[in-house]
Design a protein around this ligand. Structure first.
Ligand SMILES: N[C@@H](Cc1ccc(O)cc1)C(=O)NCC(=O)O
Length: 743
């Protein structure tokens, strides 16, 4: 009896312990997956912050390395699958690669301990090279581990089920997906909190070691749980270098087909049948099964291209919205946790209610149909995102185009001022002219000119619009008229600060996009007669000086202003994404900071983050239909000895999707974000139509049945023995050739 058939028979005969119809070993596998996903997503949640604020990389480098790491995590599954199916088997591969993974997590956690190189005890590492080297080593090990075990764990879980448990097998993939999301949800909530703690041996710093240490510990737990179930698993042994045989067989078929390209040779049903002269029918049939599924996967990366943008584009969209939900405040990046929360509710609803209902209605909602509908849901999610974006666009400030400049004038002089700019009506700006709005006074002694350079200043240099003596005139009631040469940078917003001594006026550049991460940009103009120290600002402010912007989070923020002798406190509640210039008058301390006036440079965000819930709902419904079904489909349609390989193929669609996101992000963007969302939605609709046509021609198979059928035929086939002998002889010849070449 052939080995493979013997394994199959053994599997059928072996009675596995069951609970409610499920093999007990499944419990260890789903707990293992929960811990592993906790470890992976927990580490990922704080990774960019670690790059940015611990290693002090800039935004671009931090995000590029982050995306490269994620892409690597989805490319390594193919390696894990080859090791499992051809060499070690799934069980050993999971154990060995989990050890690599856990070591990687520990190395990563160690790399975040600032004290290991902080000899001067100033709270910052002294040897960044060591921290970078350790963290890169850690990340490579993690990518190898997490990607390597990923295709094996799902397939190994599937292997635990026996033939009579096909209903339970389908449920397993849903439960598996639930565990992934429960683990990731918990960790994305917990690790940022751990990071926000302070810890350290010599100095107290943000606690990255804890934020990375807990995921490392969970990975060790994951490994221990998996080993604990060791005695209960059904383990299928690898059948030699299957990937090598597959490649050789395909190569032979292609070559043979080419050699017999003339019309005199009779056609064969499939191009792989040209390998029949040399290779086993079973292997050819198995390769055909895998190729058929892999061909079907070609359009799938487009789904992931849209799906993975919820972590980037949608989070950026959230930074231009407000997250005040009354009882609690949601930060823009926390909005992503809506996805696993919805998964935890939608998977049971789909499995228990929606799919059975569809079945009851007599509709055949086959896996490939589900996946197509999932893609359409994702496309609709992007239409919803485009509609939200249009609402946001209505509230965004009118930023200058690349050929325009915007100028604002702030008059801190004691007299009113008339400003004249060519082709604009002269404007009168009172001294600290104020409108009383609620508790705080709002200065209205400013406004914006939007100046199109090509219209008003045709003689200007390419980068600057230069106001010459005649161009801008500032007239006070008593002071003589002042003319000023000003250089306005094209595409920027600038503020002309006129201090108490107007001749010392100067330009200060304004923020010209929404502040990052939904924060608020604030700055102060010092109208007090001496230097001032203000909490949260980098350095003290000289008289008449304007500080750079500092970013503050949403909520009540307190600033203490002191000149070294006197001090007062100024508090203000901030929303999301606003920008303010605070004018400090000369009566600051006598009014106990009450006289500080604010200029709203940029309105706080007004569109609510709750508007993103429909798009999250749609994309998550799409994910349940597409991803859970895809996982199940990849397992059910794969031959017994190539289950991990097809799982890896499935994960590869995700890697390609991620790479497309990277390319699209680098290539030019459409001028309007909503248009980009509509473009992506249209592309996915087009791709899902192609996929549905491909799916229409796909015939579902039962690989085990086909394999058994072929084996039965081969028992009675006299040619088979001959072919096997030829194959073995050729392999020997090959080996000898290699030996001789070496000599
Ligand atoms: N739904 C995702 C998991 C997830 C969790 C948290 C997020 O902020 C985003 C995504 C999922 O199930 N992915 C599959 C996997 O194997 O990780």
């Amino acid at each position: 009896m052939p080995d493979s058939k013997m394994d199959e028979t053994k599997k059928k005969k072996k009675k596995t312990a069951e609970c409610c119809g499920y093999p007990i070993s499944i419990f260890f596998i789903v707990v293992n997956e929960f811990c592993e996903r906790f470890s992976y997503y927990g580490m990922r949640a704080v990774l960019v912050l670690y790059f940015r604020y611990f290693l002090l990389w800039d935004d671009d480098l931090a995000t590029s390395i982050y995306h490269a790491f994620v892409a690597l995590c989805y490319l390594t599954p193919i390696l894990g699958a080859i090791i499992a199916d051809s060499w070690l088997g799934k069980f050993k591969t999971i154990i060995y690669l989990s050890i690599v993974y856990a070591v990687g997590q520990v190395v990563m956690a160690v790399s975040t301990i600032h004290d290991i190189t902080d000899a001067n005890r100033d709270g910052t590492p002294d040897n960044f090279t060591l921290h970078i080297a350790l963290s890169m080593l850690g990340l490579v090990l993690i990518a190898l581990g997490t990607g390597g075990i990923k295709p094996c764990v799902a397939a190994f879980g599937g292997d635990q089920f026996q033939e009579h448990q096909s209903r339970q097998l389908n449920t397993f993939f849903s439960v598996f997906y639930l565990c992934i999301n429960a683990g990731s949800l918990l960790s994305t909530l917990i690790t940022p909190v751990l990071r926000a703690q302070e810890c350290g041996i010599h100095t107290q710093q943000q606690c990255y070691p804890l934020a990375f240490g807990v995921p490392a510990a969970l990975m060790v737990v994951s490994l221990v749980v998996f080993i604990a179930g060791s005695g209960m698993y059904t383990k299928t042994a690898p059948e030699g270098n299957i990937m090598g045989s597959v490649c050789k067989c395909i190569w032979f078929a292609l070559n043979n087909r080419f050699r017999h390209r003339s019309d005199i040779y009779p056609k064969r049903e499939h191009w792989m049948d040209w390998a029949e002269e040399k290779y086993d029918k079973l292997l050819i049939a198995q390769i055909k099964m895998v190729l058929k599924v892999l061909f079907l996967y070609i359009p799938l990366p487009m789904f992931w291209t849209l799906f993975d943008q919820k972590g980037s584009r949608w989070t950026l969209q959230a930074t231009t919205m407000t997250g005040d939900f009354g009882g609690f405040v949601l930060q823009p990046d926390q909005m992503q946790t809506v996805n696993p929360i919805l998964i935890l509710t939608l998977v049971p609803i789909m499995d228990r209610i929606i799919f059975p209902l569809i079945k009851k209605c007599g509709l055949n909602f086959s896996p490939l149909k589900r996946m197509t509908v999932g893609m359409l849901f994702a496309a609709t999610a992007f239409i919803a995102a485009a509609l939200v974006q249009m609402e946001i666009d209505k509230t965004l400030p009118n930023f200058p185009s690349s050929s325009e400049s915007q100028l604002k004038v702030v008059n801190m002089h004691s007299e009113s001022l008339i400003v004249t700019v060519p082709s604009q009506e002269p404007l009168l700006i009172g001294s600290f002219e104020v409108q009383h709005t609620s508790k705080h006074t709002t200065a209205v002694s400013h406004w914006c000119f939007t100046i199109s350079s090509h219209v008003v200043f045709p003689q200007s240099s390419p980068d600057y619009i230069t106001f010459d003596q005649q161009d801008i005139r500032l007239a006070f009631n008593t002071t003589p008229e002042i003319n000023k040469d000003l250089s306005l940078i094209k595409g920027s917003r600038q503020t002309l600060i006129i201090p108490s001594e107007p001749a010392e006026m100067y330009l200060k550049e304004d923020i010209k996009s929404k502040p990052k991460e939904g924060k608020n940009a604030v700055r102060f103009v010092n109208g007090w007669t001496a230097y001032l120290n203000i909490t949260n600002l980098e350095s003290s402010l000289q008289p008449s000086e304007t500080s750079n912007y500092t970013l503050v989070s949403q909520g009540m923020r307190k600033f203490t202003l002191t000149d070294g002798i006197q001090s007062c406190e100024f508090s203000r509640k901030f929303g999301f994404g606003s920008s303010y210039t605070f004018l400090i008058p000369s009566d600051l301390f006598s009014t106990d900071c009450e006289s500080i006036k604010e200029i709203e440079d940029m309105q706080p965000n007004s569109v609510h983050m709750a508007l993103q819930i429909p798009q999250y709902f749609l994309i998550t419904t799409g994910e349940v239909m597409f991803s859970v079904t895809g996982l199940q489909f990849s397992y059910s349609q794969a031959p017994k000895n190539m289950k991990s390989v097809l799982q890896a193929g499935w994960l590869c669609t995700n890697a390609v999707g991620n790479i497309i996101v990277l390319i699209v992000a680098e290539l030019g963007k459409l001028p309007k974000q909503w248009a980009e969302y509509v473009l992506f939605a249209s592309l996915l609709v087009a791709v899902s139509i192609i996929f549905s046509i491909m799916a229409y021609f796909y015939t579902y198979i039962d690989p085990a049945e086909i394999e058994a059928e072929i084996l039965k035929q081969q028992e009675t086939d006299p040619d088979k023995k001959k072919k096997k002998e030829t194959l073995e002889m050729e392999e020997k010849e090959n080996e000898q050739e290699i030996k001789q070449t070496k000599i």
